[in-house]
Design a protein around this ligand. Structure first.
Ligand code: EPU
Length: 435
């Protein structure tokens, strides 16, 4: 296993381009199962999760080509298997996205339950409720979800996909992918409005699906008999963009994040403004600015502290849960107390204990974390527990004094392409070595 060794205190400076979004590319890859012709994704990021999805699609009988330029081409000409094994599904929750396409195309799907997750129970009841509304019989047997379409195939229906915590991203994706080949009209109420769901809709439309209301909480889908091949570039990763902007802000540097869509990060940028972080914004870039009066880049000077700024995680367009850990790392340096409220995943606080190893003062109470900012943190050995926690620890290490070692960096490799190389490009002192 690898670890990242970070010498903190270097002020970052430079530009970093954003990759295709992880949470777009995974359901889009699964959508390839809906057609016999190839689906090409020219900008698939080079991530472990993309590799895991490729393995799963091959196990199901599709061919997957990965090109040196990052492109991926998937062809599910058939025959396909309808069984997604535990050995692969357990590695990545997004594997559940093959359920809808398999059910629609094959009339049957047998997909291992994805199981628990380090930041709490992540149920899939609304996925199943959606399939049942389309006429499927669904049961859980020996750890597998077995879903069977009725004779004559799935039938369009009115489906309400809200959960106790709001809409569901992969729940919407899954039911949508089943509905595009169902007979008649499906209306999904309380659809997730995340840009990644909108992106999946655009890919499905390029493949021949008929979907109205894209980007809204009500999707109307008129089923078609077949989908065809397409080329679809996925949207830039808004969470990767936010993470690098936090790196710029926390080191007081000038970091220009390019190839991104600032509109997808409105809530995060609003919080940055509220925190007093200077930045400029263009059509497809955002650049953090050095605070007025700080020493030149490379001088090792720490930036003035941000204002303490509260966040509550929400579904899109609210503040994303996938940036909560990174925001906490940022607020560990704030000039006062910030309150973070995690309502999407109430237990997504694995990073709190590790940030404390760097000297951070964070107290958790139920779904709330109270962060007492400090002028500085001191480097230490820390353990990444999940993808976004690992990003938070890297950020804290960049801004802490002295050496931080982040263990179990494979978590970060699931969702950040070449994170250390990109940070080195910005002037960070960071190396990857074996644990
Ligand atoms: N929920 C239910 N029942 C369901 C489905 C969800 O109660 O059937 C609840 C969940 O427990 C949670 C809330 O609804 O409280 C939202 O969960 P959602 O289904 O939207 O999450 P997801 O689709 O499993 C995706 C992302 C996550 C991201 C969440 C929230 C992908 C592959 N994953 O997960 O990304 O945190 O939406 O935005 O798109 C990450 O990238 O680090 C990551 C975890």
């Amino acid at each position: 296993m690898d670890k990242l060794v970070i010498e903190g205190g270097a002020r970052l400076d430079g530009a970093v381009g954003i990759c295709g979004a992880k949470n777009s590319v995974l359901p889009v890859m699964a959508a390839a199962l809906l057609a016999e012709q190839p689906l090409r994704i020219p900008n698939a990021p080079q991530l472990h999760d993309v590799g895991t999805m490729a393995v799963l699609l091959r196990e199901l009988g599709a061919s997957v080509e990965r090109y040196a330029d990052g492109g991926v081409e998937i062809c599910a000409e058939g025959p396909l298997s309808d069984k997604a094994p535990w050995e692969t599904v357990r590695k990545m929750r997004a594997s559940i996205c093959v359920l809808g396409p398999l059910l629609a195309r094959q009339g049957r799907a047998d997909v291992s339950l994805p199981g628990g997750c380090v930041f709490g129970v992540r149920p899939i009841d609304v996925h199943l409720k959606g399939f049942e509304a389309l006429g499927a019989k669904v049961r859980v047997e020996h750890g597998f979800i077995v879903a069977e379409a009725p004779k004559g195939g799935l039938r369009g229906a009115e489906v309400f996909l809200g959960t106790a915590f709001g809409s569901s991203v992969t729940g919407t994706a899954n039911v949508l992918m089943a509905a595009v080949l169902a007979q008649g009209r499906t209306v999904i109420h309380y659809a997730a409005c995340e840009p990644e769901v909108e992106d999946l809709c655009r890919c499905l439309v390029a493949m021949g699906a008929k979907i109205d209301g894209i980007g809204s909480p009500m999707l109307t889908i008129d089923g078609v008999a077949k989908l065809g091949g397409a080329t679809h570039a996925v949207i830039p990763d808004r969470i990767e963009a936010g993470t690098y902007l936090s790196a710029g802000a926390m080191t007081g540097g000038r970091v220009r994040v390019t190839g991104m869509r600032p509109v997808h990060l409105s809530a995060y940028l609003d919080r940055m403004r509220e925190a007093g972080v200077p930045f400029e914004c263009g059509a497809d870039w955002v650049e953090t600015q050095p605070y007025a009066g700080t020493a030149p880049a490379g001088a090792g000077a720490f930036p003035p502290r941000p204002r303490p700024t509260d966040v509550t995680t929400q579904t899109y367009p609210g503040f994303p849960t996938d940036l909560q850990a990174q925001w906490m790392a940022q607020m560990c340096f704030a000039d006062g107390v910030s309150v973070i409220n995690e309502v999407i995943y109430p237990d997504r606080y694995m990073h709190v204990a590790e940030l404390a190893r760097l000297g951070a003062q964070v107290r958790r109470q139920g779904t709330t974390a109270i962060v007492q900012g400090k002028p500085s943190l001191s480097g230490a050995k820390v353990m990444a527990s999940d993808l976004r926690a690992s990003a938070a620890l890297v950020l804290a290490g960049l801004a802490a004094q002295g050496k931080t070692e982040v263990y179990r960096v494979y978590h970060s490799d699931r969702g950040y392409e070449k994170i250390e190389q990109r940070l080195i490009g910005l002037g960070a002192k960071i190396t990857r070595t074996k644990e």
